[in-house]
Design a protein around this ligand. Structure first.
Ligand code: NAP
Length: 242
């Protein structure tokens, strides 16, 4: 039975790199995205070029009906064996007191509620041997002062979700882990108002540079593989030493 993996936010950035790596490693893929259908189609073309089945579903992970539709569509590829909870957003960088309620609610909605909704739909369909990887952030322990503390707090919740789910689902043979990237070159920084943020933070990183999406995808792919068969409840930091 070939692995069937759902990757949320699989159209761009870390999610797109993960889809490409997983397809090369023999996974069939259901990816979702929110609005950029051209980007999603481009990734899907690469999945098919790797000889794998793939579908791209427009689904906002904060919407329970759209999430249910995503997993129903994914299940048509075969039994779902993996979930990469990746679709996430930041908001405008700035002092804590200037954070708007709308930005706070959006960040919690996508980064926490969306992850929970997708994990619920996945777990209902998973059996022993399946695995979930939640994409957290090094921000969860750094706190992101002066930037986006609310985002860091949402990512700390991702870590807790990972620990709790690993314990609750372990007896069913389902592994749950998180990957915590440091600053990675993707378009997410445009939303925060500093598209060149990865270059700006390089001097704070022990390895002296920001990371690349494929370096995160490699860790995710390993955690979903049989090579990680005894790894559960881990929060794997991939942050250049930061
Ligand atoms: P990105 O380049 O901005 O890509 C985000 C992806 O998520 C896109 O495919 C986007 O689809 C999708 N998406 C956003 N909101 C969605 C929603 N509500 N429903 C469905 N899809 C949605 O982001 P990234 O940098 O790759 O980040 C991926 C994950 O890594 C996030 O959880 C982020 O918090 C985490 N992370 C990133 C960094 C970093 O420095 N880049 C560091 C630490 C952690 P559309 O294009 O259609 O909107």
């Amino acid at each position: 039975m070939d692995p069937v993996t759902v990757v949320t936010g699989g159209s761009r950035g870390i999610g797109a790199a993960t889809v490409r790596r997983l397809a090369s490693a023999g996974h069939d893929i259901a990816l979702c995205y929110r609005q950029d259908s051209d980007a999603a189609e481009a990734v899907l073309t690469d999945v098919h070029a790797a000889g794998r089945q793939g579908i791209a579903v427009r689904a906002d992970t904060t919407n329970p009906d759209q999430v249910a539709h995503l997993f129903e569509a994914a299940a048509e590829l075969g039994e779902i064996t993996g979930l990469v909870n990746n679709a996430g957003v930041t908001s405008q960088i700035g002092p804590f007191v200037d954070l708007t309620l709308a930005d706070l609610r959006r960040v919690i909605d996508v980064n926490l509620i969306g992850y929970v909704l997708c994990a619920q739909e996945a777990v209902r369909r998973m059996s022993s041997g399946a695995a979930i990887v939640n994409i957290s952030s090094a921000a969860a322990t750094l706190g992101s002062p002066g930037e986006y503390i609310h985002y860091a707090a949402a990512k700390a919740a991702t870590d807790t979700l990972t620990i709790g789910l690993a314990k609750e689902l372990g007896p069913q043979g389902i592994r749950v882990n998180a990957v915590s990237p440091g600053t990675i070159w993707t378009d997410i920084h445009t939303v925060s108002g500093l598209p060149d943020r990865p270059a700006r933070v390089a001097n704070r990183v022990p390895l002296g540079r920001a990371g690349y999406a494929d370096e995160i995808a490699a860790a995710i792919t390993w955690l979903l593989s049989p090579e990680a068969s005894y790894t559960s409840g881990a929060i794997l930091r991939v942050a250049g030493g930061q």
